[in-house]
Write a protein that binds this ligand. Structure first.
Ligand code: NAD
Length: 479
């Protein structure tokens, strides 16, 4: 199967005529081909977006809402196809794609379709003198670039608010997981999205992504991916004075206090560590446990991790599927090696998994728990982005906070305690953009989403995204 770009309402082959191999991580085999597009395809997409912009920005809000709703319905109608494609492309368990990824892509469109009906701008009165009102206008053409870990979920999380606010979009999914973005183009056509409003250009970051970021007609960039890529995007976009939103890497702390609900905490911290093979930017990859319960927690945690099954993503009993690619699998294994060199003790896991049958060449790794590492060592400081987590005891709240805040990242944290006062206090002091107390990945789409420090710039979600994709203009009228 050769995937195609979606430009100006049509499915097109890349100008180069070339394709990239698209691997199924569970089998290690090529199963489709992703367009190897370049700046010429981006140029076509920009021209289409420019031609569509005036009409789309002036489209009645209700009409825009109806189109986005039809896009949501279109995905929902083909749920099984999307679920299968997402699992096959990424390696995640089918049941996870069915429970989380694809329903969330549907919700993203519905959420922003309805949000735009309620979005309002401010007015500021100068009593007896003047009234100011703020116009919120679409920025123009938005570039949306997304990663491979939650492919359609994150792709639509950017596209939906950009379109809802009247922008036209040139979007690039990850070349590692292009399939559901391709299916989305079919849905757009069926939903009657006017041509040129959304354009999807597939290909490498260094070619297509870079061309999007460099294009002078693309005024706003929403990017989710690695911190190094984010740096590069910022360096290109800043001198062009583009608006940018960067959702980058994480090395998230999980703080477990002795007064937590023990059983529930162990269970949820396992989920927070290993969901999606640990390939979620929000996964808790550094667990700090109050000394008085450290051994008890460690033993219960490891016992639960040992129950997790690594297996064929198609099997309902698999808790962890395949790692997204062979290079990523090697990167994770090299960090497990490094952890041992740094003095870490592997409590469970630590090895590649070799499955029998259809998946015998797939990229699998055991869920891995490591203890005995200094909180400043590389294993505890650098993003691994796989099924690997560390356990470290702490004595005091201050020590827990010092270790939690010691990394360059600042995306998310979770805190497990029944002491409400402490929870508030710690939440205030954690250097992150998102804190979960006694829960993890509980998402309300209205809340601001994003990180601080090297985890990014700007926020997505709710009004934040609608503000990001609009340019405020103040109009002052003298009375
Ligand atoms: P990546 O940075 O390699 O790639 C992300 C996207 O950027 C891909 O589409 C890629 O093709 C493109 N890209 C690469 N080079 C580019 C360039 N020079 N210009 C423009 N685009 C370019 O990241 P990845 O490996 O796909 O994803 C994993 C990373 O994403 C992890 O670091 C993870 O923490 C992060 N992530 C962050 C969040 C968040 O919300 N903060 C969510 C998911 C993933």
């Amino acid at each position: 199967m050769k995937l195609q770009n979606y430009i100006n309402g049509a499915l097109l082959a890349p100008t180069s005529g070339k394709y990239l191999d698209n691997f199924e991580p569970a089998t290690g085999k090529v199963y489709s081909y992703c367009p190897d597009s370049d700046e010429r395809d981006v140029q076509l997409a920009v021209e289409a977006a420019k031609a569509a912009f005036e009409s789309w920005r002036n489209t009645d809000l209700e009409e825009r809402m109806m189109i986005l709703m039809r896009m949501a319905d279109g995905i929902e109608k083909r749920m099984d196809e999307f679920v299968t494609a997402e699992s096959r492309d990424n390696g995640k368990p089918l049941k996870l794609a069915r429970a989380v990824d694809i329903p969330r892509a549907v919700s993203n469109f519905r959420f922003y379709a309805s949000a735009i009906q309620h979005f309002a701008s401010e007015s500021h009165q100068m009593p007896g003198v003047a009234i100011n009102y703020t116009l919120r206008q679409p920025v123009g053409i938005a570039g949306c670039i997304s990663p491979w870990n939650l492919p359609l979920y994150l792709f639509t999380w950017k596209i939906a608010p950009a379109l809802a606010t009247g922008n036209c979009v040139v979007a690039k999914p990850s070349e590692v997981t292009p399939y559901t973005a391709y299916l989305l183009s079919e849905v757009c056509i069926a939903a009657g999205l006017p041509k040129g409003v959304l354009n999807i250009v597939h290909g490498l970051g260094s070619k297509v992504g870079q061309a999007i970021v460099e294009h002078s007609d693309i005024k706003v960039i929403s990017f989710t991916g690695g911190t190094e890529t984010g740096k590069r995007i910022a360096a290109t976009a800043a001198p062009m004075f583009k608006k940018i939103s960067l959702e980058l890497g994480g090395k998230n702390p999980t703080l477990v206090f002795a007064d937590c609900d023990f059983e529930a905490t162990v269970k949820q911290v396992v989920t927070a560590s290993f969901s999606n093979q640990g390939e979620i930017c929000l996964c808790g990859s550094r667990i700090f446990v109050e000394r008085s319960i450290y051994e008890k927690f460690r033993d219960a945690f490891v016992a639960r991790v040992l129950q997790l099954k690594v297996g064929d993503p198609n099997e309902e009993t698999s808790n962890l599927g395949a790692i997204v690619s062979a290079p990523h699998q090697q990167k994770i294994l090299s960090y497990i090696q490094l952890a041992q060199e740094e003095g870490g003790k592997i409590l469970c896991g630590g090895k590649e998994v070799k499955l029998e049958g259809r998946c015998n060449e797939g990229y699998f790794i055991q869920p891995t728990v490591i203890e005995g590492l200094d909180f400043l060592c590389r294993t505890q400081q650098e993003e691994i982005f796989g099924p690997v987590t560390t356990l470290t005891p702490f004595e005091t709240e201050e020590e827990a906070l010092t270790m939690a805040n010691s990394v360059k990242y600042g995306l998310a944290a979770s805190v497990w305690t029944n002491d409400l006062k402490r929870a508030h206090c710690i939440a205030e002091k954690l250097e992150v953009g998102i804190v979960w107390i006694n829960c993890w990945l509980l998402r309300d789409l209205r809340t601001p989403f994003g990180g601080v420090k090297s985890s990014g710039v700007g926020r997505e979600g709710g009004w934040e995204a609608l503000r990001f994709f609009t340019e405020p203009k103040n109009v002052c009228i003298k009375q």
